[in-house]
Ligand binder design. Structure first.
Ligand SMILES: *Cc1c(COP(=O)(O)O)cnc(C)c1O
Length: 420
């Protein structure tokens, strides 16, 4: 093993690594797909299980914090990560469910504009949600869903996005960070350009929350939504979240349920829906308390780290190191970095393209590194600043180079079963 670069010596987050259960003997670089379990998340979940065991139904009121306001408690913890007030956020649902809720709340069938704008590189679930929402409203996605095209199949030109902000577009949904290439879009600028053309705009922050600082309120964005199981490390299927700008708080929720009623009226059991005065109106049903608890524990670590800004500084140096190492050690073997090189255009992971990516991914796993593969030809490496080091990055690239040198990847099948 080569000595770690000097930068690990001065790592301000070195102590956080011990807060995580990292798979023994492995270099975990897949935190943008599923963040690892932390001791805090584990103990928060154990606490809630204990409350359930000893309090039963009284946990709703007597747990600490009471389960009835656990979502609001977490919204306050999460607010600084997205640059919003706690009342602008609802910690609820899943990424896709929250997108459906936001479309149901914001998309207005009465107006002359009937097109929803997405992009062809976004996560498939977002595209499914946009198309099915249009069908639900009686509109044909073939005519009313438009996708910004990519010139290179990896990234989006922001000028192409603005060019697609045409007068028939009512609402645009874009990823803050593209899940394959790791490109970070300019939320503030694109939001301004959308608004200048009378278009509502929302952001899928699944691949950015916890890795890239957000200033959603200051950007003026209309809405955003995200999951909590990637950089937020809240566990598989953890409760996600949504942001709704204050200017929309008076709108009736598109998908109404009893949990979106004003807190004081929740147990009045009235059939008249009296929505909460803020983003909490977009809650639907009873919160998934067992899937909220780990998020509460996990977010303590972000607070102790001083928020996302300092973590972003380390993340950028880690991804920069990965890119430089890939250039020097892997380019000769046919690997190409497809993640933008400018700091301002890069999220938290690095994507390497190679025609035999699947085989390299398999070989890398066998060699003790946990990356992931995205079809057709991408290996993603996500060094998370809370628990990864420069040594992790250097070692992962060294093992990949060793695999290439010895052709060890050729022992593995050429195609993943799921995409054949
Ligand atoms: C991970 C991810 C999702 C996942 O959606 P779920 O509803 O949580 O399964 C959606 N969109 C993007 C951009 C993602 O990165």
């Amino acid at each position: 093993m080569r000595p770690p670069p000097a930068s690990d010596q001065a790592d301000p987050f070195a102590r956080f690594r011990a807060e995580f259960h990292l798979p023994p003997g492995k270099i975990y670089l897949d935190g943008n797909s599923l963040g690892p379990l932390s001791r805090r998340a584990e103990s928060a979940l154990q606490r809630v299980l204990g409350e359930w065991r000893t309090l039963g139904i009284n946990g709703w009121t007597d747990a600490a914090p009471p389960w009835v306001t656990l979502s609001e408690h977490i919204a306050a913890q999460l607010a600084p990560l997205v640059g919003a007030a706690p009342g602008d956020i609802a910690v609820t649902g899943s990424t896709t469910g929250n997108l459906h809720q936001l479309l149901a709340t914001l998309f207005d069938l009465a107006g002359p504009r009937k097109v929803i704008l997405g992009d062809e590189l976004n996560f498939p679930s977002d595209a499914h949600a946009l198309a099915s929402h249009l069908r639900q409203r009686g509109l044909d996605p073939a005519r009313h869903l438009r996708e910004v095209r990519s010139r290179d199949g990896r990234t989006l030109h922001e000028d192409d996005i603005v060019a697609a902000f045409t007068p028939d577009v009512q609402l645009a949904v874009l990823p803050a960070v593209l899940y394959v290439s790791g490109q970070l879009l300019d939320i503030t600028w694109l939001t301004r350009e959308a608004h200048a053309r009378g278009i509502l705009i929302g952001w899928d922050c699944s691949h950015s929350i916890g890795a890239v600082p957000h200033a959603l309120a200051a950007s003026g964005a209309d809405f955003a939504f995200w999951c909590s199981y990637k950089y937020l490390n809240a566990g598989p299927g953890a409760v996600g979240g949504l942001y709704l700008h204050r200017r929309h708080h008076a709108r009736a929720p598109g998908l109404a349920g009893w949990w979106g009623v004003r807190a004081a009226r929740r147990f009045a059991m009235s059939h008249t829906h009296e929505p909460a005065a803020d983003a909490a109106a977009l809650h639907v049903g009873t919160p998934h308390v067992l899937s909220l608890a780990p998020l509460q524990g996990s977010l303590e670590l972000f607070a102790e780290a001083g928020g996302v800004e300092p973590l972003r500084a380390k993340s950028l140096t880690l991804t920069r190191a990965l890119i430089e190492l890939a250039d020097t050690e892997l380019a000769g073997f046919g690997f190409r970095v497809v993640t933008p090189r400018e700091d301002a255009r890069r999220g938290g992971h690095v994507a390497l393209a190679h025609p035999q990516a699947w085989q390299f991914c398999s070989a890398l796993k066998a060699a003790g590194v946990v990356p992931d593969f995205r079809p057709p030809d991408i290996i993603r490496l996500a060094p998370a600043p809370l628990y990864n080091t420069f040594a992790d990055c250097a070692e992962a690239v060294a093992r990949l180079a060793q695999i290439a040198r010895t052709k060890a990847h050729e022992q593995f099948p050429a195609q993943p079963a799921a995409v054949t």
